[in-house]
Write a new protein. Sequence first.
Length: 257
Amino acid sequence: MVYSFKEIRKRKREIIAYYYNYFEYNKMPDKKFIIFAQGRTGSTLLYELLNSHPQVFCDKEIFWDNFPKFIFPKLYAQGLAIKSKHQVYGFHVKIHQLTMIQKLNAKKFLTELSSQGWKIIFLTRNNLLKQAISRIIARQRNQWFDRKENPLSQLNFVINCDDLLEKIKEQETLQYQEKKIIQDLSHLPIFYERDLIKKEKHQYTLNRIFDFLDIPSMSVNSTLVKTTPEYLSSFISNYQEIKNIINQTRYAKFLDE
């Protein structure tokens, strides 16, 4: 098997994590957490807000989609926690990264980490339609976040309706699986629409998370801006076609949100 340079770097990171877990285990942070969430749910925004706190280091996704299975996934996560040299360490993981990429029993994996003191933040997005559109547009632009206000205001996109419905159904299935996994585990639920979409909610939401992690509250900030405008019709050329099709499905309620 021939690895690319990027894959070699990732495998090196894995080996270094095992080193820290084996030789410096006594330096494991007392407080650790997992963000359990699909993509396009506000997870990048949540990383930035959490990392406003001087005690916290929140990693992004540590189990990559385009990388072979890790040898010891749990030890890898523990090693990264030690390597961070922060009092509080967390990482983001998506359900399919555990079940499809790492070939793990996701409930068992999260249960074991929870029993070792890792706290779980369950981040979800209620509006599956807007989540799917956000995924499609991010892929079309090859850009997943923005720091410029209204980045799509001068752009127009065409959304394939079959692709859109497929992604909505996929997200719905994953969300159902997530809820089954998480229902018996202690966790803090965070909802994108309720807790993150409005900037004025950020501090209150992060105060709840800091309290959940048992660390002092700190002022938080992020320079990220919402990628998609409020009204889908303002940047989707075939919005009327999408509306007509979605109105014939159980997802019609998401058009008005």
